[in-house]
Design a binder for this molecule. Structure first.
Ligand code: AQP
Length: 332
């Protein structure tokens, strides 16, 4: 059976990008196709300047939203990364096969380090080594498939390289995973700045649709999306990024094709209105289920406790094997 692993970082409120690029498919397809694990990767949220109470709050919220999106704990494993020590244990060992140069080439590192410096802060070492911890998240479980949005594809490539290198040097230990990226909405862009990704840790603004935004807020944000000075609705990501983004969002919500949809609209206004309606409808069941789950925190806690137990059992043998393979003396 295919082993699937993916996760969300509690660095901000989850966005439409997280949902269309990843979460929706996890619930609709991935959890049913394989033996799947989905994780709130909270250790990753400590790589940038953070408020401890906010990270805890966002971790609980992210876990609740994963369940609200349709992940079924009877079908898959939902847990919090820091509840399973094996991730951090394996990360150190993988740091011993990764290189400093590889880490510095990661696009997310470059972008986030530049942002931290621009804000007058310093860059945490963990921001540099974060892709190794992500590799550990994936490799600990013998993962075959990692369904992610486009922005994470480079990190999964690195994970593959580390797995191959470790296996060659120390003996076959890890499965070499592959990435799966959705055909549409693999990179949902900021509605006000359509050449930049819609990111949950960006400064909040009208360009970001959060999953828990009220419907009228969602509508306003979509209706105010930046398009361009043209009038024709054409799908061109390079020349018309704003319109292309709306077409992709609409296509992802309705299950259509952005190119074909561009032929249906004669004005930006109509495209925006239909996109706003489609987003509100796609988020409606998730918001309703989220409300129900918030009324039952003990249920969510129970799911996370059991999830962590299952995850620990799955990860431990492979992490122990990696420790032995790399030369560490097993405890007596
Ligand atoms: N804008 C996006 N479009 C499509 N997919 C996206 N994902 C994130 N943003 C978009 C996908 O959502 C999953 C969970 O993301 P993450 O928590 O690992 O965070 P991230 O990839 O670093 O991006 P974020 O959400 O913008 O967080 P910050 O601001 O902290 O970097 C992943 O599969 C991701 O590809």
């Amino acid at each position: 059976m295919t082993r699937v692993f993916s996760g969300v970082k509690p660095t901000g409120h989850l966005t439409l990008g997280n949902y269309l690029g990843a979460m929706r498919r996890w619930a609709a397809v991935d959890q049913h196709e394989g033996d799947a694990l989905f994780c709130v990767v909270d250790l990753h949220a400590l790589t940038v300047d953070h408020d401890p109470a906010r990270v805890r709050r966002l971790s609980r919220q992210a876990a609740t939203l994963l369940l609200a999106s349709g992940l079924d704990p009877e079908v898959c494993t939902v847990f919090v990364q820091s509840h399973v020590d094996e991730h951090a244990r394996l990360s150190y060992v993988l740091e011993c096969v990764a290189t400093d140069g590889e880490m510095r080439r990661m696009i997310q590192y470059k972008e986030k380090a530049a942002r931290e410096r621009a804000r007058g802060g310093s860059v945490r070492l963990s921001l540099l080594t974060y892709p190794v911890l992500m590799a550990a998240d994936i490799l600990a479980y013998g993962t075959d498939e990692v369904p992610v949005g486009e922005d994470q594809a480079q990190h999964v490539e690195l994970t593959r390289d580390l797995a191959v290198r470790f296996n060659q040097r120390y003996g076959h230990t890890f499965v070499v995973p592959r990435t799966t990226v959705p055909k549409v909405a693999a990179r949902v862009m900021n509605l006000q700045e359509p050449t930049a990704k819609m990111g949950k840790s960006d400064d909040a603004g009208p360009g970001i649709v959060y999953l828990l935004d009220e419907p009228d807020v969602v509508r306003k944000k979509v209706m105010r999306a930046v398009t361009d000075s043209g009038r024709e609705v054409v799908y061109d990501r390079e020349e018309r990024p704003g319109v292309a983004n709306l077409l992709e969002i609409l296509a992802a919500c309705e299950g259509g094709d952005p190119e074909r949809l561009s032929g249906v609209y004669e004005s930006y206004g109509a495209l925006k209105k239909d996109t706003a309606d489609a987003v509100v409808e796609v988020l409606r069941p998730l918001r309703e289920r989220h409300k129900e789950l918030c009324a039952d925190p003990a249920y969510v806690e129970g799911v996370l406790r059991e999830g962590a137990e299952r995850a620990r059992e799955m990860a431990r043998p492979r992490v122990d094997a990696a420790y032995r393979a790399i030369g560490l003396l097993p405890p007596a």
